[in-house]
Ligand binder design. Structure first.
Ligand SMILES: Nc1ncnc2c1ncn2[C@@H]1O[C@H](COP(=O)(O)OP(=O)(O)O)[C@@H](O)[C@H]1O
Ligand SMILES: [Mg+2]
Length: 251
């Protein structure tokens, strides 16, 4: 699935990611945890091509992706959400999804004039996809509402929906539950489990340990740029290195 080989990233004197190697399981939900500043977000930026690697390589389904531009990586099926939501507030929820669909031939004049039926077929497909994404997100009720009317948490779900329009193989989520209320967190858990059942691989950063235990099939732990643990969630909390990382070495 995704393989990191000895990847490193430094910012001046600071080594944010230090010689990290691991493979994600082929299926299911993988979690990345670690204290603040341990390099988690930097690692995600390296996978998605936003930060070039200083060292090492990244392969996705046996193809080297490190060195490729972010939009090329996303076309290979690795998609991410952004901390800042990119929802377009004046468009409806449905139109936000349709606007996020890749390869919209209707935007090109030549197919529009010469192959109008093909354009129409693709528009229908995008519409069907958007409707099914809204069902998955439990947002059907808000299909025609302006996206700007949604709560912060609902907008974060819509942001995930925009990512789903690209029919990804791997979704990268950096703290998807941050700032959203408990009932929406339950909904997010259901959504992620549905996506997992649909065969979409998920890799997420999450702080809430009970949630990590509930949701994740495997967990990776970083501390000061290093990978200090990988394994099933029930072993994380017993691991001495992990406990030390969270308590601080002086404790
Ligand atoms: N663009 C950057 N420039 C300089 N330092 C950075 C940059 N991005 C992250 N860092 C530093 O790298 C370290 C790891 O940060 P980050 O990956 O955001 O950690 P985490 O997501 O685990 O909290 C931190 O010390 C942070 O200050
Ligand atoms: Mg972070």
């Amino acid at each position: 699935m995704l393989r990191l080989d000895r990847i490193s990233k430094r910012f001046g004197a600071l080594v944010a990611v230090d010689d990290v190697s691991f493979c994600l399981a082929q299926k299911g939900i993988s979690g990345l945890i670690g204290p603040n500043g341990s390099g988690k977000t930097t690692l995600f930026h390296m996978i998605t091509g936003f930060y070039p690697l200083d060292r090492g390589s990244i392969h996705f389904q046996d193809e080297k992706i490190s060195g490729l531009a972010p939009h090329v990586i996303s076309r290979k099926g690795i998609v991410r959400t952004f901390q800042q939501t990119r929802v377009l507030p004046f468009l409806s929820v449905l139109d936000n999804l349709i606007a996020a669909a890749p390869n919209q031939m209707g935007e090109d004049l030549i197919p529009l004039f010469f192959r109008p039926s093909k354009v129409a077929a693709q528009e229908r497909k995008n519409m069907e996809k958007a409707v099914s994404v809204l069902e998955t997100l439990e947002l059907t009720r808000l299909t025609n509402s302006p996206a700007g009317d949604l709560s912060y948490g609902q907008q974060k779900l819509l942001e995930i929906g925009r990512v789903l329009m690209a029919e990804p193989r791997l979704i990268i989520l950096d703290e998807p539950t941050a700032g959203i209320n408990p009932s929406l967190i339950r909904r997010l858990v259901r959504i992620l489990e549905t996506l997992k059942d649909q065969g979409i691989k998920i890799f997420l950063i999450e702080h809430n340990m009970p949630l990590v235990s509930e949701l994740c099939d495997e967990v990776f732990v970083m501390d000061s740029g290093n990978l200090i643990f990988s394994g099933p969630p029930h072993e994380v909390q017993k691991n001495k290195k992990v406990i030390e990382a969270y308590l601080g070495r002086e404790a």
